[in-house]
Ligand binder design. Structure first.
Ligand SMILES: [Zn+2]
Length: 406
């Protein structure tokens, strides 16, 4: 079996994610797809004469999946902080204020910088929350796979129809040139009217939203919260007829029909035990953004309980307004730091297979197996001779990406 187009990468370790790590492993790739992942000798026997690149001191794993980021918010890097007396809704007010202060050009340049961070940190696929076509064009030009969630925000019921239609029109226009998947998605329970939430839910499409992120959000839904009312009033978007639904964020979104296996519920830090049966029944994907939660003092999600319930967990960096960088490897390492008794392998699965499944990209990403994308993450593992999963989530490897391997 020979092909001039076929190339073999051999490394100290290959981590297929599906299956055990392979010492002295190899990945054979051709035309952007994996043909084989396994021991180097087997690759050499299967593809005699193929070009082989040796990567001594390196570990190869599938390209990482950032299931939740905001490229059009990269301009917020290093601009936002919370004083001790401030809470999450104060941070939201600061985001809104900063968004109005910066030009589109500044935002574009910051997004391009964010994309270079994604590439350098071994990312293969992204779930991007977007408001503007420039992130769509830029991500596609960079050759990254992306699923775009066009974010709908609107607390006034009378605006629900217009906002829904505008988002659908924007998606239809983009689809003429974009090869990516596009979905309309509500921002959160505190910024979107029930009417608009119901319109989006009725589509039963893939969807992504911030849910159960903060104590402020829980209190807003249960009893109303003057801080958010003031923010919405200042924008002329407060609905004087609005009444708190009086239930948890999880129950509220489930009641509306937004929790299902194609939903990506992001954060999920403020979930009550009595919400668990709802989650077990609805089976949404849960996207952890642990560094963002800590930065905004929102507490930590019950990760062990989610794993115990068999929920699909994935990782996101969220935007640079609440994180240091867009690296999923750094996110994995932070998950390990905050949940030290989690299995290393489980954390790596969150950043690969978990993310691919949450975005509906499991046919192409998340594991090294024939037919899947050849976008790989290559980690400098030096003389590491131990467990490669442990090395990945416990050490500080330096990443490089071999580019679009063909
Ligand atoms: Zn977010």
């Amino acid at each position: 079996m020979q092909s001039s187009n076929l190339k073999i990468l051999s490394a100290d370790w290959v981590i297929p994610v599906k299956g055990d790590p392979i010492p002295g492993g190899a990945v054979a790739i051709e035309s952007g797809r994996i043909r084989f992942a396994g021991p180097s000798q087997e690759a050499a026997a299967l593809f005699p004469g193929a070009r082989t690149t040796r990567l001594p001191g390196k570990t190869v794993l599938p390209g990482l999946v950032n299931a939740h980021c905001h490229l059009d918010n990269c301009f917020l890097a290093d601009k936002l902080s919370l004083s001790p007396e401030e809470t999450f809704f104060d941070w939201i007010a600061k985001v809104i204020s900063e968004q109005a202060r910066h030009s589109l050009e500044t935002k574009k340049q910051a997004a391009l910088h964010g994309i270079s961070q994604l590439i350098k940190s071994g990312t293969a696929a992204v779930g991007d929350i977007t408001h503007d076509p420039f992130t769509v064009l830029a991500l596609e030009e960079a050759g990254l796979e992306a699923v775009f969630f066009h974010e709908a925000i609107g607390f006034l019921s009378e605006e629900a129809e217009r906002i829904h239609e505008e988002k659908l029109e924007a998606i239809t226009a983009l689809k003429k040139t974009s090869k990516s998947e596009h979905f309309i998605s509500p921002h959160s329970p505190y910024s979107v009217s029930r009417d608009l939430l119901e319109k989006i839910a009725s589509r039963r499409s893939r969807v992504s939203f911030h849910l159960a992120e903060s104590r402020d959000e829980v209190e807003f839904l249960k009893e109303g919260r003057p801080k958010m009312e003031a923010i919405l009033k200042s924008m002329g978007k407060w609905d004087p007829h609005w009444k708190p639904p009086g239930i948890s964020p999880v129950r509220y979104f489930n009641e509306i029909g937004l929790l299902h296996p194609k939903a990506v519920a992001v954060h999920m830090a403020w979930v009550e035990e009595r919400d668990y049966p709802v989650l077990e029944q609805a089976k949404p994907n849960i996207c952890l953004c642990i560094r963002s939660n800590e930065r905004l003092r929102n507490g930590l999600p019950p990760v062990h309980d989610y794993l115990g319930m068999g929920m699909n967990l994935c990782l996101g960096t969220d935007g640079l307004g609440s994180n240091d960088d867009l690296s999923i490897l750094n996110e994995m390492r932070y998950v390990k730091k905050r949940f030290p008794d989690l299995k290393d392998e489980a954390i790596v699965r969150m950043g690969t297979m978990g993310g691919a499944a949450a975005l509906g990209l499991e046919e192409k990403f998340g594991a090294l197996e024939p037919g899947k994308s050849s976008r790989l993450a290559v980690v400098d593992s030096g003389e590491n001779a131990g467990d490669p999963y442990s090395f990945l989530v416990n050490k500080t490897p330096c990443l490089f990406h071999p580019g679009r391997s063909r």
